[in-house]
Design a protein around this ligand. Structure first.
Ligand SMILES: [Mg+2]
Length: 418
């Protein structure tokens, strides 16, 4: 079984740990330069919409709420503490955003009780309240987490029933746009083309039809709704809130140079995805992971959040921030298995961006440069233009020793007849 552990109103909760007076009060966290609201406590939700510029909040509302600048260093460190705590009580943990992680929950007689304990321990040791959704696949665990968070009778932990009858009622209550990875555009198309409205409808959909009219990715979502795990974290498509790019190395490495190269690739791939979905990010999270199966080696799973001076989609600024983060968490003598980059607190590009007000000329120029790089890479193939050059045979690159010849696309790899 898989669990999705999600911190409740994470940024607001971090602030409350050190300022308990804020408990039960409406609080909002502002983007860099105190531009607009990027996180809200439950109490603030009915008062202020997400993304609202601070100066537009009416005075009578401002008087009853607390607005805080984003303290990414604090949030990054609290995130690390939560995940370190969880790591002690689970076989494996895969962070998926600054406040969410998937955990392996195999081998427990009573998973719900175990997770209730875990939840209490996290609260005791870090001060952060979390919710845990449990199911057989990541997509279902995400839905279970919704229930854990919204329905208070479950006390923060909800395990989805495994039988079809039990699941039916629950999946019928979710609209398709609430399903992980199903964006608004896909949801609309599903409704108009196939009359699919709820998670249960999608679960029942014809696989072939979904593959042909939509994509292999959506077909996998259908399978996941049926309880067949087939979505890997690394190949997630268009998430709305954060973008993650990571990959395991072909072999363990402790060289800073290798890590820098890997981080540069992940950061620029993330930035490309960001531009593709027309968003900008407010901060960059960098993480490293050692191999948890190698008990003979030093275990070290650091992460850090580096705020961007302004919300941006510029590869160069994102790479720069990521490298700065890497420099801080890198420790000599550890052998790493995985490195990754997450782009945090995304918002639609050009929505009240202060940056545009002040530096519109250079920003237009930068946009053009990025668009040119993207279009060349789309036309001429991935990585035709790269920032900072990447070795073809870097030791950390995915192992490809068992790769067969590329018979049909390379002249020098054509099959030999004789
Ligand atoms: Mg959360």
């Amino acid at each position: 079984m898989i669990g999705l552990i999600d911190c409740n109103n994470f940024y607001a909760s971090c602030e409350r740990v050190f300022n308990p007076k804020l408990e039960g009060k409406p609080i909002g966290i502002l983007s860099n330069n105190d531009g607009c609201v990027i996180a809200r406590s439950n109490e603030l939700k009915p008062l202020v919409p997400m993304g609202m510029p601070a100066f537009q909040i009416p005075t009578h509302i401002r008087k009853q709420i607390t607005l805080l600048s984003s303290n990414y260093e604090l949030y990054g460190d609290m995130s690390q503490r939560v995940f370190d705590t969880v790591r002690n009580y689970t076989a494996d943990i895969e962070p998926y955003s600054i406040d969410e992680a998937f955990i392996q929950l195999n081998g427990f007689n009573d998973i719900t009780t175990h997770c209730q304990k875990l939840r209490a321990i996290v609260k005791r040791d870090t001060g952060i309240p979390v919710s845990i959704g449990i199911a057989s696949t990541r997509t279902l665990a995400k839905l279970a987490n919704h229930i854990a968070k919204k329905q208070t009778i479950h006390q923060g932990v909800y395990c989805l029933p495994t039988n079809e009858k039990g699941q039916r009622k629950i999946l019928q209550a979710f609209t398709i746009d609430e399903i992980w990875g199903v964006g608004r555009r896909i949801a609309e198309k599903l409704q108009t083309l196939l009359g699919i409205y709820t998670a249960w409808d999608l679960r029942q959909a014809n696989l072939k039809q979904i593959r042909q009219q939509f994509s292999v990715v959506l077909e996998r979502t259908v399978l996941e709704l049926r309880g067949i795990a087939c979505i890997e974290l690394d190949d997630l498509s268009t998430p709305k809130k954060n973008i993650m790019t990571s990959r395991s190395f072909g072999c363990l490495t402790g060289e800073l140079f290798d890590l820098q190269e890997a981080i540069r690739i992940h950061a620029s791939r993330g930035a490309e995805k960001l531009r593709n979905q027309k968003s900008v990010a407010n901060a960059v999270l960098v993480f490293l992971k050692t191999n948890r199966f190698r008990k003979d080696l030093i275990q070290y799973h650091p992460s850090i959040v580096v705020p961007l001076t302004f919300a941006t989609d510029d590869s160069r600024l994102i790479i720069q921030a990521a490298q700065k983060g890497l420099q801080t968490i890198y420790k000599k003598g550890c052998l790493f298995m995985k490195a990754g980059v997450m782009l945090l607190d995304l918002k639609a590009k050009n929505s009240n961006s202060q940056y545009d007000l002040f530096t519109s000329k250079s920003s237009q120029k930068n946009d053009k440069l990025m668009q040119t790089i993207d279009s060349i890479n789309q036309k001429m193939g991935k990585n035709t233009i790269q920032l900072g050059g990447i070795r073809q045979q870097a030791p950390w690159q995915i192992k490809r020793e068992r790769l067969s010849q590329r018979y049909t696309t390379r002249w020098d790899e054509l099959p030999l007849v004789k």
